[in-house]
Ligand binder design. Structure first.
Ligand SMILES: Cc1cc2nc3c(=O)[nH]c(=O)nc-3n(C[C@H](O)[C@H](O)[C@H](O)COP(=O)(O)O)c2cc1C
Ligand SMILES: C=C(O[C@@H]1CC(C(=O)O)=C[C@@H](OP(=O)(O)O)[C@H]1O)C(=O)O
Length: 388
């Protein structure tokens, strides 16, 4: 599967092309829109989310509700475009007043300065438009199609928030993924524990009041993954590595761990590795899942448990030292519209980027140009797993 996204945050639209989906895959647009709505929510989001009501348009590759095997093109319009048309389109030479609106004050923590230096943009709007996490709306739409594909293989993906600004949700994940979904859906910060939820909301409100921002940790769980997705044979076929790359590609994500993750450094091997069991109904299973579903770049058949840490949002109302690239003078940050915490939204994004990597791995392993052909290959492999 190959995927390309394009589009500026305040341009007319986001676009994606997905190539390599099998034909005959039913696509339910309302399920994609429901995921887009989930991404727009969460306590701590800024005013932009009041303007946008993200809806996907499918403009190629799907006919009568099913993929044809041709590239699928998705479009999400930016409602905010109408408020930015002049800034986005006026020529600064013809309209010198527009020069005043150029972005010359880079924000520490955002892509502004490095992007300006690299691409020689003295108006760093040319950087921020594309480095904006607006792009994650399209990543969710693509991931929502990946989830629909995975549902035919019984694979289910869900996510939650486990830390905001140091307030940790220590509640264990319920065994039923449906229960996990329902409980996090009813939380404005997408966590499980109600006491932690209240504290997380307070931490976000406090940060906002102080002109500051706050980050956190999200967790994604993937159930019913067969053993053997990915490969040990070459570095760029290791599925845990691909997932790690995808999680780190989410704006503001700075670290990834699987299962007990970094805590593995503090334990002896006997308290890290997952003992192997066998029974007739399930074949090979594990006594524990401390490695989060991966050994040797391949799935073990246990649930995948992956976490990502998001740094606090860079755009602050409280000034941080920076330099105007024209005057070279220090400045105090001007007040701009921004999220104060986007960790709950990012947990939805994380679910979808992980879903896409799993979908690619399933699609690679189970041959077929149409869905039923892939399912037949998957069923044969499941028999092999039981007979091995
Ligand atoms: C869902 C989401 C919403 C975000 N909203 C904002 C925002 O409102 N303001 C901001 O400065 N950064 C926001 N960010 C983070 C920036 O996009 C990110 O820090 C920037 O692209 C620089 O990339 P890096 O932090 O990965 O180095 C958001 C990130 C995500 C995932
Ligand atoms: C538009 C989205 O998030 C944006 C991500 C973002 C950034 O710098 O990453 C900055 C803000 O953009 P704006 O300045 O237009 O308010 C967020 O609103 C979105 O999530 O759909």
């Amino acid at each position: 599967m190959r995927i390309l996204t394009a589009g500026e945050s305040h341009g007319p639209q986001l676009t994606a092309i997905i190539e390599g989906l099998p034909s005959q895959l039913p696509i339910d647009k309302s399920l994609i829109n429901a995921e887009l709505k989930r991404r727009q929510g969460g306590h701590g989001r800024g005013r932009r989310m009041v303007i946008e009501t993200d809806q996907v348009q499918i403009v190629s590759g799907v006919r009568h509700g099913k993929t044809t095997g041709a590239p699928v093109t998705l479009v999400i319009e930016n409602r905010d475009w109408k408020n930015w048309t002049s800034i986005m389109t006026s020529d600064p030479i013809e309209n010198p007043d527009e020069v005043k609106k150029q972005v010359t004050k880079p924000r520490p923590g955002h892509a502004d300065l490095n992007g300006g230096l690299k691409y020689n943009h003295r108006d760093m709007r040319n950087v921020l438009e594309r480095s904006s996490a607006r792009e994650t709306a399209m990543r969710v739409a693509i991931g929502a199609i990946a989830k629909q594909f995975l549902s035919h293989f019984g694979i289910d993906v869900a996510g939650r928030v486990i830390n905001i600004g140091g307030v940790v949700d220590t509640e264990t994940v319920p065994e039923s993924i449906e229960e996990l979904k329902e409980r996090t859906e009813n939380s404005p910060v997408r966590c499980l524990d109600k006491k932690a939820e209240e504290k997380m909301i307070n931490v976000i409100d406090e940060a906002k009041k102080n002109g500051d921002s706050i980050g956190g940790v999200v967790e994604v769980i993937v159930n019913n993954v067969p053993a053997g997705l990915g490969s040990f044979a070459h570095y760029d076929r290791k599925l845990d590595a691909k997932i790690a790359m995808s999680v780190l590609s989410i704006n503001a994500f700075k670290g990834v761990e699987f299962g007990i993750g970094f805590d593995a450094a503090n334990r002896p091997g006997s308290e890290v590795h997952d003992e192997i069991l066998w029974n007739e109904e399930e074949g090979y299973t594990r006594r524990t899942n401390r490695l989060g579903g991966f050994e040797g770049g391949m799935t073990t058949g246990m649930p995948i448990v992956v976490r990502g840490v998001m740094k606090p949002i860079p755009t602050l109302y409280k000034p941080l030292q920076s330099v105007d690239i024209n005057t070279k003078e220090p400045f105090s940050a001007s007040i701009e519209r921004s999220d104060s915490c986007a960790v709950p939204a990012a947990s939805v994004v994380c679910e979808h980027v992980v879903a896409l990597e799993i979908a690619k791995a399933v699609s690679d392993k189970f041959a077929g140009d149409y869905l039923e052909e892939k399912i037949a290959s998957f069923e044969a492999y499941k028999k092999h797993l039981l007979n091995f």
